[in-house]
Design a binder for this molecule. Structure first.
Ligand code: AMP
Length: 400
């Protein structure tokens, strides 16, 4: 995939009427509907400011949750308009349009003046969005003269507002999407070596494509988290009652063979933090060595593995991390994930954290600001790391 896409800095945006896809799918309090974390809104502010400073008029479009093509008031974007107004500061009142592509929306879009910002209602209230309906894409496009995609979190979806619309308007990326492509695309295409990739999280099956794509590019793969036990079992070790994907044992074995034939290293845990179960009150024990005794499950990498991984990360010039090393949500099983996050924060090279749970862990432990890049997209960053084409990126104009 070509990651080198035109951005709003490469074209003249002055005075333009712009349809901009953003990812304002922010977490909300179930009872009150209040926004509990506005990071996704804040991340788009630099792009919005850049465009407003150049007298553009903005029509913002986003989804929220999964309304499945129906209007659901609890998934309205109305509260987001107020929060964005606050983040943009005085002089930038964001108007909210409860219509999406009807007469009302079109009239309001036509009346926008330079410097105005309007947020459309949740685009997934319309069934045509997820169906990538060309008619909906054309209706959206008819309100503007330029399309800007700044929604990395939904760039792996071929929907009307993320990809379809680009057939009808010149299309470029916003500053947030450009930053994601530069960081993630950079480690894929031109990593400084040694290049260390750390993979964890619950399942091997979620990371098959990533392992396959990165084994050729990385020098060392560090594997922790629930997925490590399938690899340990494939290597012949006992893993007690730890997570194991029987149907992936063969693949894990093949990957280890492939690594050896390419002269790459795959490092697995050499000790573990285990417990009898994940139930409250089950006491954690440290198990030295690779083998986990019957009756115990591995729930975090052990201290020796933490040291080993820390050393590898310290020697790397590029580090990419996706997936926690253990059940980091519980303090007793979070040390390994801390170790990796700390080692990356201390590394002076390029450090890139995939989105989702891994970004949440880096944030929670206070290390996010010391990474080169923390991705805002979980599914999108995984697909990109698998080497797949993201429809929301592929549809944008290439740089010359
Ligand atoms: P993923 O979404 O695949 O990145 O997986 C993240 C989830 O994996 C987190 O919620 C962790 O609690 C869980 N996880 C990590 N290590 C383990 C483990 N050893 N056993 C069970 N779950 C794990």
């Amino acid at each position: 995939m070509n990651y080198n896409k035109k951005t709003i800095e490469d074209i003249d945006v002055t005075g333009k009427k712009i349809l901009m896809r953003v990812d304002f799918n922010v977490p909300r309090d179930k009872a009150t509907g209040a926004i509990t974390d506005d990071r996704r809104i804040a991340e788009t502010v630099p792009t919005i400011r850049y465009l407003l400073d150049r007298n553009a008029a903005l029509i913002l479009c986003s989804h929220m949750g999964r309304p499945k093509g129906q209007r659901k008031e609890e998934l309205s974007l109305l509260p987001v308009a107020a929060r964005l107004s606050k983040l943009l500061g005085a002089g930038h009142e964001v108007t909210f349009c409860s219509d999406i592509v009807g007469e009302e929306a079109k009239a309001k879009a036509a009346a926008l003046k330079p410097g105005d910002v309007m947020l459309l209602e949740n685009i997934r209230f319309l069934p045509g969005e997820e169906a990538n309906d060309p008619e909906l894409a054309r209706e959206l496009a008819s309100m503007a003269e330029l399309y800007v995609n700044d929604a990395f979190g939904t760039a792996h979806r071929a929907h009307a507002s993320t990809a379809g619309v680009a057939k009808y308007l010149p299309a470029v990326s916003g500053l947030l999407l450009a930053r994601e492509l530069k960081a993630l695309g950079g480690v894929l295409t031109n990593p400084a070596h040694p290049f260390v990739v750390i993979l964890g999280g619950a399942k091997v099956s979620d990371k098959l494509g990533v392992i396959n794509n990165l084994l050729d590019k990385a020098d060392t793969l560090l594997i922790g988290g629930g997925m490590a036990y399938t690899f340990l079992r494939a290597a012949g070790f006992g893993i007690g009652s730890s997570l194991c994907e029987e149907d992936r044992l063969e693949y894990a074995g093949e990957m280890m063979k492939k690594a050896a034939s390419l002269g790459k290293r795959i490092l697995l845990p050499i000790d573990h933090i285990c417990a009898e179960s994940l139930e409250e009150g089950a006491s954690p024990v440290t198990i030295p060595g690779e083998t986990i005794p019957e009756g115990l499950m591995g729930l975090d990498i052990g201290p020796k593995t933490g040291e080993l991984f820390t050393k590898c990360i310290a020697e790397a010039k590029t580090v990419l991390w996706n997936g926690p090393m253990g059940v980091f949500e519980k303090t007793a099983f979070s040390a390994g994930t801390w170790d990796v996050a700390r080692a990356m924060a201390d590394n002076g090279g390029v450090t890139v954290v995939g989105g989702g749970d891994t970004a949440a862990a880096a944030e929670r432990f206070g290390y996010a600001a010391r990474m080169s890049h923390v991705s805002t997209g979980g599914g999108a960053s995984l697909e990109l790391l698998e080497g797949l084409e993201l429809p929301g990126v592929a549809c944008l104009q290439d740089k010359e």
